[in-house]
Design a protein around this ligand. Structure first.
Ligand code: PLP
Length: 440
């Protein structure tokens, strides 16, 4: 009997044997195409020698040093590198061990920033329904996924949720895209006014929604208006790029495509590409200097922040993304994947919507395409498709959830950036089989 505590206590998962390129293998010798990169993590694929060598070299020198005593060369170099790639107003990097820690750090930094300025009344975050920002308590409270929040609802910090920017489900028939973008963004203004701007800390959003809706990009103009509203009312804009950042959508930061910059941005997943657990929270010079010139101490921290081995792995990952033009490759291969998905599934009676950017693509599965009527949640269609895909030798990431009472079954694809044309056919072939079997 296993003593591992799995997330799905009823699941009986195969044991991983090894990984190579775009494939993972289990102990029975079965090969799986890593079509979801785990959960949008494995941007370089598996078994990358350069990253493995960098980890070994760091272990041979100093595996770990606590940041109360020492900084490290990989952390310093990685921070410099990221600042060179980040939106122009971003100036400082705080390294943590994953996405939830990055978001948790961002929320606390935002609150402390105002506290340092004497604006201590501010206590509300505004986020969006059907979003996911992590599983630690404050990150969970910010997320708007009711299913994930339900057992912990009495423990939630004060967050209110507005509608997601979700063209397929939320745009009215008689609305143009720009009218919809404006209406969706203006919900933020209404909510700020309801709470009182002086009580609000920040608006938190994923530029391209990942873990709950399967790669939903914003409508053009939405984030420009969001940025305007945040500036007008003096609240911070926190962008969560844990899943959609690090090149996944075809630009290093997803927000680049919106033409705006955040005050704080979080990254993880592709930052370590799965070779080490690492995340980061990046902020503006204004936020950093307010703390530097105030208490001089960010009231936060973990034992493993700035972990040298994780930073060494990540530095090699980021260098490879840049030196081998892998983000550009992600954009190009993403277009090919998009074309292939559309030619395979756009007439499929149960594929209601195909969406995404770069190698971050989502399919929404519906019972009836015309009316967009979803399958009933009891059928757990997304889980059945995931299981059928595994049988067929493909990992795709399943999501089920409800936005404003409407259930959705979503499938996320986020393959490694190193895939080639034949792999795109492999994804569509295996996914076709999985959808047929999952719905049968
Ligand atoms: N934020 C977003 C947008 C995510 O997609 C996730 C994970 O899926 C997280 C935060 C939490 O990251 P982690 O699972 O590394 O804690």
């Amino acid at each position: 009997m296993s003593h591992v505590f799995p997330r799905h206590t009823k699941a009986n998962l195969p044991t991983v044997s090894h990984g190579e390129g775009v494939y993972l293998y289990d102990k029975n010798g079965k090969q799986y195409f890593d079509g979801s990169g785990g959960a949008a993590v494995s941007c370089l694929g598996h078994g990358d020698r350069d990253v493995i060598d960098a980890i070994k070299a760091q272990l041979d020198t100093a595996a770990y040093a606590h940041t109360s005593f020492l900084t490290s060369q990989p952390a310093e170099e990685l921070a410099d590198k990221l600042i060179g790639l980040a939106p122009p107003n971003i100036d400082r990097v705080y390294f943590v061990s994953g996405g939830s820690e990055a978001v948790e750090s961002a929320l606390k930094l935002a609150r402390q920033y105002f506290w340092e300025k004497g604006e201590t009344k501010r206590k509300y975050f505004i986020a969006r329904r059907q979003s996911y920002h992590g599983n630690t308590l404050a990150a969970l409270a910010t997320g708007g996924n009711e299913w994930r929040r339900a057992p912990f609802s009495p423990l939630m910090i004060e967050t209110s949720h507005i509608a997601p920017c979700f063209d397929y489900r939320e745009r009215k028939d008689d609305e143009t895209l720009s009218e919809y973008a404006l209406r969706a963004a203006n919900e933020l203004e209404t909510e700020i006014l309801r709470l009182g701007a002086e009580n609000v800390i920040a608006f938190v959003a994923e530029p391209v929604v990942g873990a709950t809706l399967g790669a939903v990009p914003p409508v053009e103009g939405y984030f420009k208006r969001i940025r305007e509203i945040c500036d007008q009312y003096g609240i911070l804009l926190i962008l969560d790029e844990v899943m959609c950042g690090m090149g996944r959508t075809g630009t290093m930061f997803a927000s680049e495509q919106e033409g705006i910059g955040p005050d704080i941005v979080t990254i993880a997943k592709g930052l370590g590409a799965g070779y080490q657990p690492i995340g980061a929270m990046l902020c503006t010079a204004e936020i950093y200097s307010t703390i530097e010139n105030g208490s001089g101490f960010f009231q936060h921290g973990h034992t493993y922040i700035g972990h040298p081995t994780a930073c060494a792995a990540s530095l090699t990952v980021v260098n490879k993304l840049v030196d081998h033009q892998l983000v550009e490759r992600c954009a190009q291969m993403g277009e090919k994947l998009n074309t292939a998905l559309r030619s395979t599934f756009s007439q499929h009676p149960h594929v209601g919507n195909i969406r995404g950017r770069g190698l971050f693509r989502g399919l929404e599965i519906v019972e009836d395409r015309e009316s967009k009527r979803p399958f009933s949640p009891e059928r757990a269609v997304h889980k059945k498709i995931k299981n059928a895909a595994m049988d067929a030798g493909l990992f795709c990431y399943p999501m089920g959830g409800t936005v404003d009472g409407v259930h959705g079954d979503h499938i996320l694809l986020a393959p490694p950036f190193i895939l080639d044309d034949s792999h795109i056919d492999e994804i569509t072939d295996k996914l076709s089989i999985a959808i047929e079997r999952g719905l049968s």
